[in-house]
Design a protein around this ligand. Sequence first.
Ligand code: 5GP
Length: 189
Amino acid sequence: MEELKTRILQEADVISDNVLKLDGILNHQVDPQLIMNIGKEFAFRFQNEKVTKVMTIESSGISVAFATALELGVPLLFARKKRTLTTDPDSFWERVPSFTHGMVTDIVVAKKFLGPGDRILFIDDIVANGDAARALIRIIGQSQATLVGVGFVVEKAFQNGARAIRETGLRVESLVRVLSLEGGRIVFG
Ligand code: 5GP
């Protein structure tokens, strides 16, 4: 997606050899028009998959997953990151080590929103080692819903997450693949 590459080159900061900061367009401030275009692109790529629900993990995946769900005309269901007093006790949950926080969190999805009849498209912002994605994939597995595919806005291809998920046979679509951030330079694939 050329528009996204251009915006990343213009506005992203390379924090280290493996972290890309996208706070100006996706992870803090959000550009609604760009996000809608991202949603249209994902919806186009998965248009034939009879998706019944788009899923993501709060919070950075929500904007792009919302745009995709709106375009496909289906609900968005996001996994919550911690159990609170209002969490439905009848929930699926999985443990996930966080790439950005360096700690472990639980992700939780109420069972009443996810079941065997669902065809799920999982959309997320950035994939690094794939721990967050694998945790949500395990929840989808627990529910016996069908996972029709996974869409990442940015795949950091020098880390193993997207590759490992593809190797399980799942369809993975990344709008932008970053091959390297070495020396502060963004190299796309
Ligand atoms: P993973 O579980 O794949 O290692 O990390 C996934 C999550 O960590 C993403 O949803 C994203 O929010 C965050 N993350 C991983 N790498 C980066 C990065 O380079 N930049 C930013 N902004 N977030 C990242």
